[in-house]
Design a protein around this ligand. Structure first.
Ligand SMILES: [Cu+2]
Length: 241
């Protein structure tokens, strides 16, 4: 029993020391690079899609992500600096992704061919402020790819864009400043007796105030005149003293 407890303690110590060794180091797998700053998944700078003979053009794209980018969109909280890109079939994109916020953001492209991009996905992610650079080569098909940040509510709050190849095949909905939502948000009022009472009271008050001013106009002007006279005489007395 004693030997068993000692081996358990030893095992725990070894695991803990291994975890410490890995801490702060970057991890490289076939399709993923990850460190404490962020992650690059499925980058591809040289493998051609099956339908491409060669790279047609090389484009450098710099994308900022964060709250500041959403200021120009009413009701949005997060956004990319650009909402649409249109590239040639078989183009190579060198993407520089810059996160200006202190929170995590992603730049993900979906719908790519799975034999080159596992899960059909190209994925850049930054845990906070910083930047990453990675490339991908798009197929020749005329298609629109979804670009977004997959963190909960970030796309709904504005982090959505589209990458069109050869003009794209559709426009995606709900892209800030670009396309309409499929179903617009509505903010219905919950009409209870209380809301009705508050509404009626507000209307009555709104009508009563100007009415009060009109019917008391003579008296109010007399009051103002008296105050003016009093003030003038006081000022005169002060200056003569
Ligand atoms: Cu985000």
């Amino acid at each position: 029993m004693k030997a068993f407890i000692i081996s358990l303690i030893l095992l725990g110590t070894t695991t803990a020391s291994l975890a410490t060794t890995n801490d702060g180091m970057s991890m490289n797998m076939d399709s993923m690079t990850m460190d404490e700053k962020g992650m690059i998944m499925n980058a591809n700078s040289d493998r051609l899609p099956r339908d491409c003979q060669k790279i047609s053009e090389t484009i450098d794209i710099t994308v900022h992500a964060g709250q500041e980018q959403a200021l120009k969109f009413v009701g949005k909280m997060y956004a990319f600096s650009q909402q649409e890109w249109d590239v040639k079939p078989c183009a190579k994109l060198n993407i520089t992704f810059i996160n200006d916020d202190q929170i995590r953001h992603q730049f993900m492209i979906h719908g790519l061919p799975g034999y080159l991009y596992p899960e059909g996905m190209f994925h850049l992610e930054l845990n906070g402020q910083g930047q990453l650079q990675a490339s991908l080569i798009v197929p020749s098909q005329k298609k629109t790819y979804l670009v977004h940040c997959e963190l909960p509510q970030h796309m709904e709050k504005g982090m959505k864009a589209q990458l069109k190849v050869d003009g794209g095949d559709v426009d995606l909905p709900s892209i800030p400043g670009l396309t309409q939502p499929v179903k617009a948000d509505i903010y219905p009022v919950d009409w209870t007796q209380l809301t009705l009472a508050v509404l009626l009271l507000s209307i009555l008050l709104g009508l009563a105030i100007p009415f009060f001013i009109i019917i008391n106009a003579t008296r109010l002007s007399e009051l103002a005149q008296t105050l003016k006279i009093k003030l003038t005489s006081k000022l005169k007395r002060n200056s003569s003293d």
